[in-house]
Ligand binder design. Structure first.
Ligand code: AMP
Ligand code: ZN
Length: 120
């Protein structure tokens, strides 16, 4: 059973703790949003819970209120970045075939232009 405690070798735990720099867009009591270092759209931010869960499924199963807060915050980030009206994409890559590389759950918030199709 995952308990949300910080993990010593986790990149996003280190960003949450301020040990690794990031361009922070918004912060709440339970989440941090920052710019993706390798943007795939004009706006590409990551929203993470301060607590460590490895993916969206583990987060939802263990901390459903935090999962909801993460989605609410993704919408607030889209609003703050000016892409809420045009529309945006929220993505949770989950494990290897989806290309997840950082195993601290994060919502990608992508927008600012028409986005390419995906799924292949
Ligand atoms: P994923 O492939 O879904 O695990 O996404 C991980 C994302 O983290 C990728 O889009 C990376 O560009 C991004 N990333 C990796 N290191 C950093 C960092 N130090 N600061 C901001 N974003 C990062
Ligand atoms: Zn972590």
């Amino acid at each position: 059973m995952a308990d949300g405690r910080p993990q010593p070798d986790c990149l996003f735990c280190k960003i949450v703790a301020g040990e690794i720099p990031a361009t922070v867009v918004r912060e709440t009591e339970t989440t941090v949003a920052f710019k993706d270092i390798n943007p795939q759209a004009p706006v590409h931010d990551l929203v993470v819970p301060r607590a460590h869960y490895r993916n969206a499924v583990e987060l939802a199963a263990n901390a459903p209120e935090l999962a909801a807060a993460l989605l609410v915050e993704a919408a607030a980030v889209a609003e703050a970045e000016g892409v809420a009206d045009g529309g945006y994409r929220v993505v949770f890559n989950t494990d290897a075939h989806a290309g997840q590389t950082v195993f601290h759950v994060h919502a990608h918030v992508l927008g600012g232009d028409f986005l390419s199709t995906f799924g292949s």
